[in-house]
Design a protein around this ligand. Structure first.
Ligand SMILES: Nc1ncnc2c1ncn2[C@@H]1O[C@H](COP(=O)(O)OP(=O)(O)O)[C@@H](O)[C@H]1O
Ligand SMILES: C=C(OP(=O)(O)O)C(=O)O
Ligand SMILES: [K+]
Ligand SMILES: [Mg+2]
Length: 583
């Protein structure tokens, strides 16, 4: 590979050089820069005295000309210890077979349900690209969820995956009961159904639905419209008899267990006492305790209304976990969450565009612009964002998606959301693996198309941190990503203990994949939700030179990189940007 950077020889150092590429010129003011054949190393002046002799750098020449700058420990025996780097077999095979650019950048979340809870089914999803397994506490028992978590853990251990687990709370909005064990109930046009807050007998009387919210009968009025699952089935309230509300079906359809229910008056959503329901119900708190005890990686909170609840939950988690951290994802699915969007996202570790319920709370035609706004805001605030619900809804029943569904998935990929999520398609559909394969192939195709067409307008990325060291990290990542695009490097490497530096690179959405090396399995799993990151577990030191040598040896031994590949490396231990060819 030819480079435009090899015009200083032998290695010299000049803090005052002007350099043809703008990101370097900008950085030149901040950092002393060392040049050598085919390599640049920029070190933060915070850690280097500008007047001292050049410190030992990992400056690597691909063709062996120029000074050999490989550290002695490059003799590190990779063959003896190839297992000391952990990456999943699917990514490894993909890199070996198709090279860097082939890797998928958009992450995939699968809701696990009866169709996918077996070990082999989970393995098939992991092989098919599932990055995160979501369990929805609206359904199933804790024992059931526990067994799913155990299987995913075993899969990770036995097969080398890093599938993260996301627990999604039920939330305390109004929803129907579990239909007495039936998988669904058909409501026909014109039928009269009873919605009741009484505990109904078992077996469930015909055309009777039990509701979770005690204030229901008092809040609704005759003439209100009831929307099940955001309008999949509709009723009109015709009579109130104590705790029972009689309703006539106006749009027939299938009622599913625990389906969400909203009521509308004169074209607007009614929020009376149910607006006072706590975001986290007492059952949710028990589920959260369960999630903490099981060490889930993410907790997604349903129907978030304000930042307060997120802050409260985060301190609750912090007080109960020591070595691990659980990321809190705010589900944006209510009017209040849109009103308080920025402060909610700021407080959270990520967000979900939960279009299912969102589409029941705002007019459907407003969902696409809300999605775009949430996705953009998350990127600006450096929080991962998941686009969820009905992406491939027809694949619950059919083996191929509709054209409209493919267009919807494409749009989310084009918006550069971090992740896409399957719900019913993977939880209880007939074609979970096929649905996942569609997400995978559409993602890869659209990412490639958009990259090749260079259609991505640069987004203004405001500073997220305020401390100087945070600002330096951000500048380093922004510059490294820009350099990576301009120099068309093969991969960005980031050595990151808590994952922050990796997320800052991901936020730039660079053209090349980002290899994120981290020391703990839990950070590795959490990074699996973020756009473009290929997380590796690797123990490393504060010495970047030996880290790079070790990584090159290990990855070469496993055929994941080869001599001559051009790499840019950054780290959060040493604020530096290094550009080099793999020796
Ligand atoms: N753990 C589970 N046990 C049984 N069914 C489940 C489970 N998780 C999900 N499902 C089924 O998959 C459907 C889609 O999942 P999801 O979108 O997460 O829930 P919901 O439809 O309640 O929002 C659910 O309606 C339910 O029928
Ligand atoms: C993802 C969503 O939440 P749940 O599936 O838990 O209702 C949604 O409403 O889109
Ligand atoms: K839920
Ligand atoms: Mg929801």
């Amino acid at each position: 590979m030819s480079l435009s950077l090899n015009f200083f020889t032998p290695a010299t150092r000049s803090p005052n050089l002007t350099f043809p590429k703008s990101p370097l010129t900008a950085l030149n003011c901040l950092f002393p820069i060392t040049f050598s054949p085919k390599s640049i190393s920029i070190k933060s002046s915070a850690s280097t005295d500008p007047n001292s002799a050049p410190s030992s750098q990992v400056l690597v020449s691909s063709n062996g000309t120029g000074s050999s700058l490989l550290a002695p420990e490059y003799n590190y025996s990779a063959a003896a210890d190839v297992s000391s780097i952990e990456v999943d077999a699917v990514t490894e095979a993909e890199l070996k077979e198709n090279g860097f650019r082939s890797t998928r950048r958009t992450k995939l979340v699968c809701t696990i349900g009866p169709a996918t809870c077996g070990f082999e089914q989970l393995e098939a999803l992991a092989v098919g690209g599932m990055n995160v397994a979501r369990i929805n506490m609206c359904h199933g028992t804790r024992e059931w969820h526990k067994s799913v978590i155990e299987r995913v853990r075993r899969l990770n251990e036995e097969k080398g995956f890093a599938v993260a687990i996301m627990m999604d709370t039920e939330g305390s909005e109004i929803h129907m009961g579990d239909l007495g064990g039936a998988s669904s109930a058909k409501a026909e046009d014109g039928e009269i159904w009873t919605f009741s807050v009484r505990a109904v007998d078992s077996p469930r009387p015909e055309r009777t639905i039990n509701l979770s919210y005690d204030g229901f009968a008092e809040d609704v009025q005759v003439g209100d419209e009831l929307l099940v699952d955001g309008g999949m089935v509709r009723f009109e309230v015709i009579e109130k008899i104590g705790p029972d509300v009689k309703c006539q079906c106006t749009d027939p359809g299938l009622l599913l267990p625990r389906a969400n229910l909203t009521f509308w008056r004169e074209g607007s959503l009614v929020r009376e006492r149910n607006a006072m329901l706590p975001t986290i119900s007492s059952k949710d708190w028990l589920d959260i305790d369960f999630g903490i005890a099981e060490g889930v990686d993410f907790i997604a909170i349903s129907f978030v209304k304000s930042a307060e609840v997120i802050n409260h939950l985060k301190s609750y988690i912090a007080a109960r976990t020591r070595d691990t951290d659980i990321a809190v994802i705010a589900k944006i699915e209510s009017i209040d969450s849109l009103t308080n969007l920025e402060e909610i996202i700021q407080a959270s570790d990520g967000a979900m565009v939960a279009r299912g319920d969102l589409g029941a709370q705002i007019p459907l035609e407003q969902v696409p612009s809300a999605q775009q706004r949430i996705v953009q805001l998350c990127r600006q605030l450096n929080k991962p964002v998941i686009v969820a619900s009905q992406l491939l809804e027809s694949m619950i029943e059919y083996p191929t998606p509709t054209r409209a569904e493919v267009a919807d998935v494409s749009e989310a990929v084009r918006q550069r959301a971090d992740a896409l999520m399957l719900s019913g398609e993977s939880a209880m559909g007939q074609y979970p693996e096929k649905a996942l394969a569609v997400l995978r192939s559409v993602s890869v195709r659209i990412e490639k198309w958009w990259r090749e067409a260079k259609r991505h307008e640069a987004m203004q990325l405001p500073d997220v941190g305020s401390a100087l060291s945070d600002c330096i990290s951000e500048e380093i990542c922004n510059s490294a990503a820009k350099m990576a695009n301009n120099l068309e490097v093969d991969a960005l490497f980031v050595y990151t203990k808590n994952g922050h530096m990796a997320s800052l690179l991901s936020r730039c959405r660079p053209d090349c994949p980002i290899f994120a090396f981290t020391t703990t399995a839990s950070v590795r799993r959490r990074l699996n939700l973020q756009w473009g990151l290929i997380p590796f577990r690797l123990s490393f030191s504060d010495d970047m030179e030996s880290n790079l040598n070790k990584t090159f040896s290990l990855l070469k031994a496993r055929g994941m990189i080869k001599s001559g590949d051009l790499v840019i490396a950054v780290s959060d231990m040493l604020q530096s940007i290094q550009v080099m060819n793999v020796p």
